[in-house]
Write a protein that binds this ligand. Structure first.
Ligand SMILES: [Zn+2]
Length: 419
């Protein structure tokens, strides 16, 4: 049940289609060691056919004669960033969201494609989309895979599976009640191409009513979801702010928890013991994000909810890091959204350091850890021969100072330079 046929199919077709035939060789840069060792100075990284074909010191790594040379002297190389909580079709309450009220499915698709391209340019080469409207996320993933649209490689959940009256249900057409309906809903998303299932098990910031601490789903509903998804090799993640809902969901076998606004050390200890992932999305509740909410015209009730959640959310992040739970970076803002002088993805990683991670741990939470959560760590998430050639070049060593990610100079995906 842990074999993932969908992912294997996806990855087999992902690389070569976008790749160029001529090898590319990056020279002069230092390759950061994500296992904590010293960086490899004056490294050579060769990419061809969408994958790394040679990685090593300049003194002993041959460069193919026909290679296109890229001089990265003075830069540090790290794997492409991964952001595990992205809605390319994000619409939030307020003026900016209201302006999209009449958006057609075609307009939504084009807006999402533009956001995907901008995210890739910001250095984010892999994302997971935990819930978007109308299966446009799945169409976008396939379009990028075919080389039509430009963007990160996408792992996607289709539409959020949830109860009547649950978080975000005002914008969702379909709701489910009872285990039979949940089984059907999960199968519907998997049939449409979802490689994750997203359930909403508590209230959230973006829902005007509803208690964030509530636990909406009953044990039989939760177990129906995890059972059916796992039979297909598909993982389940849960939007949750609630300790009770989280305990219920972990007992039912979910694979990941998003946000965790009100979680305490007890829930994170439980998650660590059950190998359940945590995706903090800390940027959504912190004071530095207030100018963003004001920019998009968020209503007063929304700003109040953000303020009410911020401190609890921060304490949850600190508890999760102290507990040693597996953490994968996710923002719930667009990966490239301006935030506190940088982009949301980078700011999120900086917060992890402020909350107790080392710089190296935060860098791993944005690269190898998401790859492990997605089950693609043998294929992506590190700069090694044979792996997918997703890479960024930055003006400092982010394993020593995560804020070096503010200075991204080059972005490669599938061995091709996109910035
Ligand atoms: Zn979200």
């Amino acid at each position: 049940m842990r074999s993932l046929p969908l992912l294997v199919l996806f990855l087999c077709s992902a690389g070569p289609l976008l790749a160029q035939d001529r090898p590319v060789a990056i020279t002069g840069a230092a390759l950061v060691d994500l296992d904590g060792g010293p960086a490899l100075e004056d490294a050579v990284v060769v990419m061809q056919g969408g994958r790394f074909t040679a990685v090593g010191p300049a003194t002993s790594t041959p460069i193919p004669q026909d290679a296109e040379l890229v001089d990265a002297t003075g830069m540090w190389l790290v794997p492409g960033l991964m952001n595990m909580h992205v809605h390319f079709g994000l619409k939030l309450p307020g003026a900016a969201g209201a302006a999209l009220a009449d958006e057609t499915p075609a307009e939504l698709a084009l807006r999402m494609a533009a956001n995907a391209r901008a995210s890739l340019h910001a250095g984010v080469t892999t994302v997971r989309q935990p819930g978007d409207e109308g299966h446009v996320d799945l169409a976008l993933a396939r379009s990028i895979e075919r080389g039509e649209a430009s963007g990160p490689r996408i792992f996607s959940a289709g539409e959020v599976v949830q109860v009547t009256g649950g978080h975000g249900s005002a914008v969702d057409q379909v709701a489910n009640d009872g285990p039979y309906e949940f089984r059907e809903a999960v199968r519907r998303e998997i049939r449409a191409g979802a490689t994750w299932i997203k359930i909403a098990i508590s209230g959230g910031i973006a829902t005007p009513g509803g208690d964030i601490a509530a636990s909406f789903m009953t044990p039989d509903e939760l177990e129906a979801v995890t059972d059916v998804a796992h039979r297909h090799g598909v993982k389940v993640t849960a939007h949750s702010g609630s300790p009770q809902a989280t305990r219920d969901a972990v007992a039912a076998g979910v694979d990941a928890i998003e946000h965790g606004y009100f979680l305490t050390r007890a829930e994170f200890d439980l998650m660590r013991d059950r190998a359940v992932w945590y995706i903090p999305t800390i940027v959504v509740s912190q004071p530095a994000t207030m100018p963003f909410f004001e920019r998009i015209g968020s209503p007063p009730w929304y700003l109040d909810r953000v303020r009410a959640v911020g401190e609890r959310h921060w304490a949850a992040l600190e508890s999760a890091i102290a507990a040693g739970v597996d953490i994968a970076l996710g923002t719930d803002q667009l990966p490239h959204e301006e935030n506190d002088g940088t982009v949301a993805t980078v700011r999120e990683a900086e917060y992890y350091v402020e909350a107790g991670m080392t710089d190296l741990q935060a860098l791993r939470a944005a690269t190898v850890e998401p790859a492990r959560m997605l089950g693609i760590d043998t294929e992506a998430g590190s700069v090694e021969v044979g792996k997918l050639a997703d890479l960024i070049a930055v003006a400092g060593d982010p394993s020593r100072d995560i804020s070096a990610l503010r200075q991204i100079r080059m972005v490669f995906k599938d061995g091709a330079r996109v910035r």
